[in-house]
Design a protein around this ligand. Sequence first.
Ligand code: FES
Length: 180
Amino acid sequence: MPKIQFQGNSYLMDENENLLDGLLRQHARAPWSCRAGVCHSCMLRVTAGCAPDHAQSFLTAEQIKKGYILACQTKVAGDLSLALPTRDEVPGILTGLESLSATEVIIKLSTRLPFDVAVGEHITLVSNKGFEATYPISGCDSDLQTLECIIVRSAGDNPFSTWIHSEARAGDRLMVIKNG
Ligand code: FES
């Protein structure tokens, strides 16, 4: 049985078990959201062992080089030691919200400090109420320290999306966290 080391605990997995399912089944505090390889909430870093190839198919070359995998896309084939991603974080402020459709809002953010990210990279946004979700960057200007993300109104339980679509206003503060 493959053994997973994560956050100081050991978890025994069935051969070829989905990593995220196996961790959650054993009550590990593993982050996740979409389970489809899209949101990158479940990204973990392999600190010992070999990352299965398919576990990295939705990741950038840079993320692969650093040993990241998506737990929801990983079938466990051997022993692994895993860690949560290292994250850079800066305070930010909402400078604008613009409705794109009935279900999509583009939000504009200004970060207080330089923040080295690129379009397509994923960031985690944490609202001033503690709601948190991960989104790809749809636009950014590193000189002006501005970012844009498209927030889709979530059909499921996503308090951050609900907050953006119902309450958030320009001037609200949030934390912007770089994943990976
Ligand atoms: S849970 Fe969204 S990519 Fe894995």
